[in-house]
Design a protein around this ligand. Structure first.
Ligand code: 4AD
Ligand code: MG
Length: 463
């Protein structure tokens, strides 16, 4: 008999029919009448399937009564309406086979609430908990919807490289990669001689696929890339990872307004998608993690976002009378406390800030006629702050060359990027959405380490 997923049994199983299911025991409860209730979960949904096994089940004493949380089973039985509260159906066990036992003395996930900090130390077992199962399913649904959104709109999925020789953001937070024996790095006149290294030049893990995505946008129109990115930022916050996933659309013949419109449409599509496809998991988050998540998603799926300039935001923050930890002044980067103030206190909705000072943004953003600000846009949301960063790109050769030089980057490294402004340059724009920040926002999870299966942060590389 083929195996059926518990999700399908709970949503559409026929009572009176026989099913085979496999999964892990969450709990066992024995009744005085000589039978046991077993809650089985197979990860297909939040809910467990209730099994009933009685003395007629082969080896009741030796097998059923030994079942503990974490044991893995295969069960065949008859689906019947459940007389008990809390479930519509239950499976009357006819045959039961244990694949793997789980010693209750040592299995860490006994039935009680564990802190997220503790669960991070057992990242190999935490997906078996309600919370981490739900996070994994939401993350999966969002990833799928990201592709669907772009594919439905004719965007081409481009695979940009993980290993690169350039630094897109110019922020210098690079992980260098090498095959050198680090105890015997060749030094030539006091400097590392990279000509002997694997690529014959310095190499690093990408911080963004944007520059390569631009190449494809300037040939194919609308493209996107979606992959892992790496930043050696030494910031131990609840919103930073050293390895995170970013989705980056890039559109030719598009300016900042079109870029912002796409960002709003994209987020609204993703909010609607999870509301329609992850109901059970969202209800769980709404009940146990953050009681505002479903209401917020419902509102944001249709409500437009506030749009204003960085300069206007600075004015609002300066006049707010609020005591911020970091002072507010034109020319300094906004901190998440400022971003959250604008979303949570001033506008009570997501905010898109535009036209930041060029000095706090990367070289590739299009310079405004004022010579001081660039066509940047950051999408800020309550509780998280920045969730998307994007811009219109500098498409003028001379201005770009000057910006690369001003930013202290090596012009030679960007010859191909400059070439795109020599041959058939066009206005173009794009943005980057951090997948983990989005999943945090959707689920209400407080720490970014809990929305990626295996978080990489300073000093932490387990699993
Ligand atoms: O604002 P950022 O740095 O923009 C870029 O990388 C552009 N190249 C994107 C583009 O225009 N194609 O990063 C984009 C988003 C941020 O808004 C944030 O959501 C996320 O990536 N992000 C991080 N997420 C987790 N951990 C980190 N250390 C992150 N750094 C950025
Ligand atoms: Mg940014």
């Amino acid at each position: 008999m083929a195996r059926t997923r518990i999700k399908d049994i709970l949503s559409g199983g026929t009572t009176g029919a026989r099913y085979k299911v496999c999964g892990w025991v969450r709990t066992r409860r024995d009744s005085k009448g000589g039978f046991s209730f077993i809650e089985l979960n197979d990860g297909s949904c939040m809910e467990n399937l209730q099994l009933i096994a009685d003395a007629q089940t082969a080896d009741y004493e030796g097998t059923v009564l030994r079942l503990q949380p974490g044991c893995s089973l295969e069960v065949e039985g008859l689906l019947q309406a459940s007389p008990g509260k809390g479930q519509r159906v239950e499976l009357k066990v006819e045959a039961l086979r244990v694949f793997g036992w789980a010693d209750p003395e040592h299995y860490p996930l006994q039935k009680k609430r564990h802190s997220f900090e503790f669960l991070r130390t057992i990242a190999h077992l935490r997906p078996r908990t309600n919370t981490f199962g739900a996070v994994a399913r939401v993350r999966n649904a969002v990833s799928h919807a990201i592709h669907t959104f772009f594919q439905e709109r004719g965007f081409l999925y481009v695979h940009t490289p993980i290993i690169t020789g350039s630094d897109c953001e110019g922020a210098g937070d690079l992980f260098h990669i090498t095959t050198f024996d680090l105890g015997a790095v060749p030094i030539e006149e006091g400097r590392v001689d990279f000509s002997e290294d694997f690529f014959g030049q310095p190499a690093n893990l990408t911080v963004s696929g944007q520059l390569e995505a631009e190449i494809y946008a300037l040939a194919l129109g609308d493209v996107y890339t979606f992959g892992p990115t790496f930043r050696a930022e030494n910031s131990n916050t609840s919103r930073h990872l050293a390895e995170f996933w970013m989705v980056e659309p890039e559109m030719a013949f598009c300016e900042l307004e079109g870029d912002m419109d796409l960002a709003v449409e994209f987020l609204q599509y993703l909010f609607r998608h999870v509301l329609d496809h992850c109901r059970g998991d969202l209800e769980f988050f709404n009940r146990f993690i953050d009681q505002s998540v479903i209401g917020t998603l419902e509102t944001l799926a249709t409500q437009d976002f506030e749009r204003l300039s960085y300069t206007e935001a600075i004015e609002i923050l300066s006049k707010s009378g609020e005591e911020f930890e970091f002072p507010v002044a034109w020319g300094t980067d906004l901190q998440s406390e400022h971003e959250r103030y604008l979303c949570e206190k001033t506008f009570k909705k997501p905010v898109i800030l535009t036209d930041y000072p060029k000095t706090i943004k990367p070289f590739y953003m299009k310079l405004n006629p004022d010579g001081k600000t660039v066509r940047a846009m950051d999408v800020l949301v309550p509780k998280i702050g920045e969730i998307i960063g994007g811009s219109q790109r500098e498409d003028d050769y001379d201005t770009l060359l000057q910006r690369i030089e001003e930013s202290g980057l090596h012009v030679d490294d960007y010859w191909w990027y400059l070439d795109l402004r020599r041959f058939g340059s066009t206005p173009h724009a794009g943005f980057g959405l951090g997948l983990e920040r989005l999943v945090q926002f959707i689920t209400g999870m407080g720490n970014i380490r809990d929305v990626i299966p295996f978080p990489r942060t300073p000093g932490n590389l387990n699993f």
